[in-house]
Design a protein around this ligand. Structure first.
Ligand code: SF4
Length: 402
């Protein structure tokens, strides 16, 4: 889903003896295979996921008697819960029904006795996620302005290689030092003194991060002269856990679930602590806000009871971007995704009322969507962004810190 994060996550699993392979980031043929095996009223991310799995299994690269598929299962009201069923059905249709499909879910929706999550693996996975968020932040913030072409990517690659190796031991002392050193290195990277419009990328989680699904929107924005701002992946986990506070207060959810979820948030925040400190002390970067604060930002616009798909979290990300000085936003909308059309596209008008300078465009992604149409919509949004920047309506230096 997110190459920066998942390359590191893959390494965490390898360190525990799981020979895990994450599907490639750019995988255009997978869309056609997905169309062949998934009912075409399924959402676009479901189609990509099934297509990627089938393409890999039919490639001849794997011993089909010694391979299994692992997929996340959210347990919420949208199809992210049903991907497992989609994959199983596609495997049956492809004559591969003997391949086990493992559900990876925080709620333990299915029992998978062969897959264990010892504390060491949880530690490594959390480090990988936070490293991924950090690398994504510092890379996207510097690459559009680099003095020496290719220098930001080179620095990223150097750190990516080191982190992959460090994750095998995942010592907390290394984790802390690496976090501060990454920020220090990117703080020193020589940059041009130029101004570019900042464009936030939000939307359904897979379409937001997956370069195949969003036609590599980050590269597109950078090639069009903008800086892409993509909120952290870890926030989605925090959002899922924080929902239980609302559920306990208003929907008859149990206190035990809320208490456990709060502790999960505490643990994740413990891992984010060094990243936040390092970003806060730097001159170039800003730190993420807490999930509680994100909830407070979304509340005047949508109820926190909107918990299907990205739910209120999608609205919150847009408000947070605007508050931190990123007024231009692309909201990526997958075909056949109801929840995100409600809390994404559906609230843009209200956001404009609250924040008249906001410049938000909803872009649809599906197998038939013309890339030219997507590009035109993004270019239209960018032309307004550049105009606003030139007229001084939006001062990029006004970035508020967490
Ligand atoms: S949020 Fe939308 S796109 Fe994502 S799995 Fe659910 S229905 Fe599909």
């Amino acid at each position: 889903m997110s190459p920066i994060h998942f390359e590191l996550l893959q390494e965490s699993f390898k360190a525990h003896g799981y020979n895990m392979e994450v599907m490639p980031a750019i995988d255009k043929d997978a869309i056609d295979i997905g169309l062949r095996y998934v009912n075409n009223d399924a959402c676009y991310p479901a189609l990509i996921v099934v297509g990627q799995v089938l393409k890999a299994l039919q490639s001849g690269d794997y011993d089909l008697n010694k391979v299994s598929v692992i997929m996340s299962q959210t347990g919420g009201g949208c199809r992210a819960t049903n991907y497992i069923a989609f994959i199983r059905k596609a495997l049956i249709n492809a004559g591969l029904s003997h391949i086990p499909v493992i559900s990876f879910s925080a709620q333990g929706m299915e029992k998978n006795p062969g897959l264990k999550f010892p504390p060491g693996l949880v530690n490594k996975a959390l480090q990988a996620l936070v490293y991924g968020d950090l690398l994504m932040r510092v890379l996207y913030k510097t690459r559009p302005y680099e003095k020496v072409p290719g220098s930001a990517n080179a620095l990223y690659e150097r750190w990516n290689t080191k982190l992959k190796s460090d994750l095998h031991k995942a010592k907390l002392s290394d984790y802390k030092r690496n976090t501060y050193d990454i920020v220090a290195d990117f703080d020193k990277l020589p940059l041009l003194d130029i101004l570019k419009p900042k464009v936030g990328v939000v939307g359904e989680i897979l379409v937001k991060f997956h370069p195949t699904a969003n036609n590599d929107i980050v590269s597109l924005l950078e090639s069009e002269g903008a800086e892409a701002v993509v909120p952290d992946l870890t926030d989605f986990l925090l959002y899922s856990a924080h929902n239980n506070t609302y559920n306990y207060r208003y929907l008859g959810g149990s206190f035990k679930t809320k208490w456990v979820s709060d502790r999960i948030i505490d643990v994740i925040e413990l891992y984010r602590k060094h990243m936040k400190n390092a970003l806060d002390k730097s001159d170039r970067f800003s730190k993420p806000v807490s999930i509680k604060k994100l909830g407070q930002m979304a509340e005047p616009i949508v109820s926190l009871g909107n918990q299907t798909g990205e739910g209120w979290f999608l609205t919150a990300e847009m408000v947070e971007l605007i508050h931190s000085g990123t007024y231009n936003i692309v909201c990526t909308q997958p075909f056949a995704c109801l929840p995100n059309h409600v809390t994404g596209k559906g609230i843009i008008k209200t956001l404009r009322k609250h924040y008249p300078l906001s410049n938000i465009v909803a872009v649809d992604y599906d197998p038939g969507a013309s890339e030219v149409n997507q590009l035109n919509r993004i270019k239209l949004m960018l032309s307004a962004a550049v105009r606003n920047l030139e007229f001084g309506k939006i001062d990029n230096s006004l970035e508020q810190r967490g």
